[in-house]
Design a protein around this ligand. Structure first.
Ligand code: 5GP
Ligand code: ZN
Length: 124
C-alpha cells in the first residue's frame, strides 16, 4: 500500500525478518527494546492473517523474545499486545504485534499488565 508506513519502511529500520514478517524497533518505545512484529502483507487485522502467517508469526515472536532476553539480562518479563481496530487503540492500520520487555521495578505496581488498556481496570 503506497501510503502505509509499515509497507514503506526504510531498510535501515528492519532489525530482522523471515519470509512473511519484518521486525522493527518501535519509534516511541514503551520500554527499552519495544519491538514490533509486522506481516509483510498489508493486512489491517491480526485476525485476517492466513494460517501460514499465524505460525510464522509465532516462530518470530519466540525468536525475538529469546533474542531480547539473551541480549539484556535486566529483562524479567514481557507484555505481548495487539491493538486490533481503532476502538482498541490501533493507529497504524497495518497489523503489528507489540513485544514489550518488562523489568522488575519498571513501574510501581505492574499487576494486571495489559488490563491497563482501561487504566482504572488494571488493578483488581
Ligand atoms: P498502534 O497502532 O499499535 O496503536 O501503534 C502503532 C505503533 O507503531 C506505536 O507504538 C508507534 O510508536 C509505532 N511506530 C513504529 N514506527 C512508527 C512510525 O514510523 N510512525 C508511527 N507513527 N508509528 C510508528
Ligand atoms: Zn501496509
Amino acid at each position: 500500500m503506497t501510503d502505509c508506513i509499515f509497507c514503506n519502511l526504510e531498510a535501515s529500520r528492519i532489525e530482522d525478518e523471515n519470509n512473511l514478517f519484518l521486525v522493527i524497533k518501535d519509534l516511541y518505545p514503551v520500554t527499552e527494546g519495544h519491538t514490533l512484529i509486522i506481516p509483510k502483507r498489508h493486512v489491517p487485522s491480526f485476525f485476517e492473517l492466513f494460517e501460514e502467517e499465524q505460525s510464522s508469526f509465532l516462530e518470530m515472536l519466540h525468536s525475538q523474545k529469546e533474542k531480547l532476553a539473551s541480549m539484556d539480562q535486566t529483562i524479567t518479563g514481557f507484555n505481548v499486545g495487539i491493538n486490533d481496530g481503532e476502538d482498541a487503540g490501533q493507529t497504524v492500520m497495518h497489523c503489528h504485534i507489540h513485544l514489550i520487555p518488562r523489568r522488575n521495578g519498571d513501574m510501581e505496581n505492574p499487576m494486571g499488565g495489559v488490563r491497563g488498556v482501561i487504566p482504572e481496570k488494571q488493578s483488581y
